[in-house]
Design a protein around this ligand. Structure first.
Ligand code: M6R
Length: 590
């Protein structure tokens, strides 16, 4: 969603905030702004566009300040709607949604307040000014108690030397280093803070001359424990790659190995052995977007392995579904960020209905982990590109280990060996993949369809999502068998169909779908695992991409060429693969 950052007790606050916003930009890039507190008062620079649009703000100076990078929800991406919002000596940045903003705005307008933006966030500055009687803490508490929705706030006041930060259903991390800091995530604090603390819902931080003090929404003092910033959450920059997307694809083998190592080190196998003894009657695996595709890939093999029904659900649908009691259900919530509102709420709903909740996430301090009974770490490292790449492979690895550990017996050992092999196969596929020609064909296609059968269907969905989000070329992912039931009407010479074939038992079936496409003048590309090539397939498809075959983790290895095709297509078309239009990395609103 949006990214927020604050600093106090520093020299040249504006430089720190600008750099922090560059690190947070993947959370939203519709507009950006900075306010700093100087001897002459609060100075604000904000503009529509990317963070680079406020480059001039670096020179503002100041000893404290706040910054914001926005993914627009209420009001178009304009200068006026950019944060910070200032009123009555306050300057405020907000991540989340104030659900009762219209009612608050009407109330404040009735007493004569004028509003300059269409945002929900501006009411916060007005409420603060309304309640301020010389006591910042009192004004902040009275304000936050009026707000409904989700809000992470950073607040500056002209008479206060530091900043206040508020956390409710959107993340805030506090950090100590050569000053006091707060931000939406840990990578933005790397290089600034060496010790960090994660605020809980309903907590407020005040950063002043003597460091941090914390209280709850009732004003009671609370204490937070600061610990070293985890090394895997430091953002390492692009490391010589032209984009984060290709850097992160290259990090897939490490993401798989580190995820397997963390599963072992954090005792997940033991936790699941205990859970197995408690018996469960069904498993629901849930997530959004790419995380849902990882859930679906796991569900394909899961049922046979666990001997109980296993199904995948999109979190946005699941959370509003009427449901029976879920005692005896394992609910596995999958989320890179651990912040996705639909996934977190789906997990809360499942837990309230009696399910045991397992969180599979790349962010150990995220909201999802606080809902879960068991946390399964994905150790993909900080993922900055908005399009998920290495985290998808990490999720598939973590889910595979989870199911195999739940199944017990020899399965867990087998999964560990298969993952080590899959990591090596991905490394080979990355260095040897002939994605370039297929990417050129995608770049000139009017639409690109992805098909697969069985466990290759989730790969088709994910290949299609990846291409759409970074290239903007229309297309769909279909089960290969569904093609002839309607979508084949879309096939003509301008379209490209990419078939994923990694299961020898189903290879003939998908190959015949390729035949059907070619018979209608459509162009075809095939991503084909070793041992799955059927007679004549190489001659029918214009592009043939051979990959190694992983029996247990086909989705992980197939992801590599599909991600490379999407990346190269975006580059050929001159798109920015790291920051696709209209998207943000974490979707913390409904
Ligand atoms: O952080 P999450 O894994 O919960 O995010 C879920 C989706 O928003 C995310 O996977 C999205 O689909 C990505 N843009 C995919 O590349």
């Amino acid at each position: 969603m949006c990214g927020i950052i604050a600093c106090a007790g520093v020299r040249r606050a504006s430089e720190i905030l600008y750099k922090g916003l560059c690190d947070l930009e993947y959370r939203g890039y519709d507009s950006a702004g900075i306010s700093v507190r100087r001897e002459d008062g609060i100075v604000t620079v904000k503009r529509a566009g990317r963070v680079s649009a406020i480059e001039c703000a670096r020179r503002l100076g100041g000893d404290a300040g706040i910054g914001h990078t926005r993914w627009a929800t209420h009001g178009a991406p304009t200068d006026a709607n950019a944060h910070p919002h200032n009123f009555g000596g306050f300057s405020v940045v907000h991540n989340g949604i104030i659900e009762n903003y219209a009612q608050l705005k009407a109330e404040l307008a009735a007493r004569g307040d004028e509003f300059l933006s269409q945002t929900d966030s501006e009411v916060v500055a007005h409420l603060l000014a309304k309640y301020y009687r010389g006591d910042l803490k009192e004004a902040v508490i009275r304000t936050v108690r009026r707000l409904k929705g989700a809000f992470a706030l950073c607040i500056l006041h002209e008479e206060f030397g530091g900043f206040a930060a508020v956390k409710y259903r959107s993340p805030v991390i506090a950090g100590y280093g050569s000053g006091c800091f707060a931000a939406s995530d840990m990578p933005a604090l790397s290089g600034l803070a060496d010790r960090v603390a994660v605020l809980k819902d309903g907590q407020i931080a005040f950063a002043g001359e003597n460091g941090f003090t914390f209280c709850d929404f009732d004003g009671n003092a609370v204490s937070l424990t600061f610990s070293p910033l985890p090394p895997q959450l430091r953002s390492g920059g692009k490391a010589g790659f032209p984009h984060y997307m290709i850097k992160e694809i290259n990090e897939i083998p490490a993401a798989i190995r580190q995820t397997a190592a963390a599963f072992e080190a954090e005792g997940c196998a033991r936790a699941f052995a205990k859970l197995r003894r408690k018996k469960f009657s069904q498993v629901i695996v849930c997530g959004c977007g790419t995380a849902y595709h990882a859930a679906l890939a796991a569900a394909y093999g899961g049922e046979e392995l666990l001997g109980v029904p296993v199904r995948a659900e999109t979190a946005g649908e699941y959370r509003y579904r009427r449901r029976r009691k879920l005692s005896g259900t394992l609910f596995v919530a999958v989320s890179q960020s651990g912040e996705t509102a639909d996934t977190v709420e789906a997990a809360r709903a499942a837990k309230a209905a009696g399910a045991r909740v397992i969180a599979v996430t790349n962010v150990p301090y995220s909201a999802l982990t606080s809902v879960a009974d068991v946390v399964v770490p994905v150790r993909a490292g900080a993922e900055i590109c908005v399009a998920a790449t290495k985290s998808y492979c990490g999720q598939c690895a973590a889910l595979g280990l989870t199911f195999c550990a739940l199944a017990g017996g020899r399965h867990y050992g087998r999964a560990k060996r298969a993952l080590a092999e899959a990591a090596a196969m991905c490394a080979d596929a990355i260095s040897g993949c002939a994605a370039e020609d297929a990417a050129r064909a995608c770049a000139s296609a009017s639409a690109v369809y992805f098909i697969g059968r069985g466990a290759d269907y989730p790969s088709a969905l994910e290949g299609s999502l990846k291409l759409k989000e970074v290239s903007y070329i229309p297309g769909e992912g279909y089960p290969a068998g569904e093609l002839k039931h309607g979508p084949i009407a879309l096939i003509d010479g301008g379209t490209l169909t990419v078939a994923v074939i990694t299961d020898p038992a189903l290879a003939e079936k998908t190959a015949s779908a390729v035949e059907q496409v070619c018979a209608r003048g459509g162009r075809a590309a095939v991503v084909c695992a070793e041992g799955c090539e059927t007679a004549g397939l190489r001659g029918r498809a214009e592009y043939f991409i051979a990959i190694p075959r992983s029996e247990l983790f086909p989705a992980i290895v197939a992801a590599v060429p599909l991600q490379l095709i999407a990346y190269r297509t975006a580059v050929i078309l001159g798109r920015d693969p790291d920051k696709p239009r209209n998207l943000a990395k974490s979707v913390t609103v409904e």
